[in-house]
Ligand binder design. Structure first.
Ligand code: AN7
Length: 344
């Protein structure tokens, strides 16, 4: 049978109400890509779960199909979210698909170009807030308490239900859960979802390494960060809504949540791309954490099966690359100039 999206594939395992009306862009079923070169360096069997290959370029589509399907089923007319960008693009696409109005609140000037463009392309009403993601989230929580507008941030439990499916897919593909699962942590919906998914699926449990950016690491510091700063703008979040659950997932899985520098995130982005997987910076944080822990000798990946979740596509944030590399050489359109330039 042809693939019909997450809810049709795994719906029996998802706690969605009977009124749910499926809105799907055939999200999920993303590849688990072997990374033999990087794996050899770490002495482990390494895979990337490439969530950047979802319809809007990030893992958010898994939760959004569930949240929007539920909202449509109870006759919501408008959805709203706060976002560092990927949730905005995803909400915009699924709302468009369902014929709903989408309003997205983003922190002014802190959203990568590919995400903002996506939200606009799908027809959302995009509003920039003079404040952080956390300020924007407070506003959408307030308005959804006072009006019938549907909240589609990961505070919405159906987002978590949808996002559990990535854990199911990994187990189906590998036959069992991996030894380690490494992923970025921002608002902490995704780590919560994976842990719930692995527990429910009963194919073994991974140890979970959650990774925050050093300038936005409330779960490592143990307190909220008022002014989070990181070039991994997707995870520039100072007060994670599901922070407690993230810490529980790390503790129960005998894993941990760590912070890595922006420099290490960019280095991991380069290493992944050098093996053919271009992830946006935040999305490379899981790999950066694995590399840092392995180098420090605090995580021994040798002989283990490790899955790194790359949550968003590199094309979401082209500026990060453009800013860190020199513009390509310009030469005349002649064969001589070409051979001279490439020294061949
Ligand atoms: C690429 O879009 O919070 O820990 O508003 O875009 O579940 O929040 C994005 C988060 C990781 C962190 N990687 O996931 C948003 C938003 C990418 C992301 C995360 C995000 P959570």
């Amino acid at each position: 049978m042809t693939y019909q999206g997450l809810i049709r594939r795994y719906g029996r395992l998802l706690d969605l109400p009977a009124h749910t009306q499926i809105i799907s862009l055939l999200e999920g079923a993303t590849p688990l890509i072997p990374m033999p070169r990087l794996g050899r360096e770490l002495g482990c069997e390494l895979f990337v779960k490439f969530e950047g290959l979802n319809p809007t370029g990030s893992f958010k589509d898994r939760g959004m199909t569930a949240a929007v399907s539920e909202a449509v089923g109870r006759d919501a007319q408008t959805v709203i979210c706060a976002s560092t960008g990927n949730t905005a693009a995803s909400a915009a696409a699924y709302a468009a698909r369902a014929g709903l109005r989408a309003i997205v609140l983003i922190p002014e000037g802190k959203v990568a170009a590919g995400k903002l463009a996506g939200a606009i392309a799908y027809g959302a009403e995009v509003i920039q807030i003079q404040g952080s993601f956390d300020d924007a989230l407070s506003l959408v929580v307030e308005i959804t308490q006072k009006t019938p507008i549907a909240l589609v941030n990961s505070i919405n439990p159906y987002r978590i239900e949808g996002q559990k499916t990535s854990a199911f897919e990994i187990c189906d593909e590998l036959g069992a859960a991996p030894d380690w699962l490494c992923l970025p942590v921002g608002n902490a919906g995704n780590i919560t979802s994976y842990w719930a998914g692995f527990k429910q699926y009963q194919k073994g449990l991974p140890q979970i390494l959650g990774v925050q950016a050093q300038g936005a690491a409330p779960l490592v510091l143990g307190h909220p960060v008022e002014k989070p700063e990181t070039l991994a703008t997707a995870i520039c979040i100072g007060k994670p809504a599901r922070g407690e659950q993230a810490l529980d997932a790390a503790r129960e899985s005998d894993g941990r949540i760590i912070a890595v520098s922006d420099e290490k995130i960019l280095e991991a982005q380069r290493l992944l791309a050098a093996e053919g997987v271009w992830a946006e910076p935040a999305s490379a944080a899981g790999a950066a954490g694995l590399l840092a822990e392995s180098a420090a000798g605090t995580l021994d990946a040798r002989g283990k099966r490790v899955v790194v979740v790359c949550t968003g596509h590199g094309m979401k944030d082209p500026a990060v690359i453009a800013d860190s590399f020199q513009a390509p050489k310009v030469i005349s359109a002649s064969y001589e100039a070409l051979t001279e330039t490439i020294q061949y």
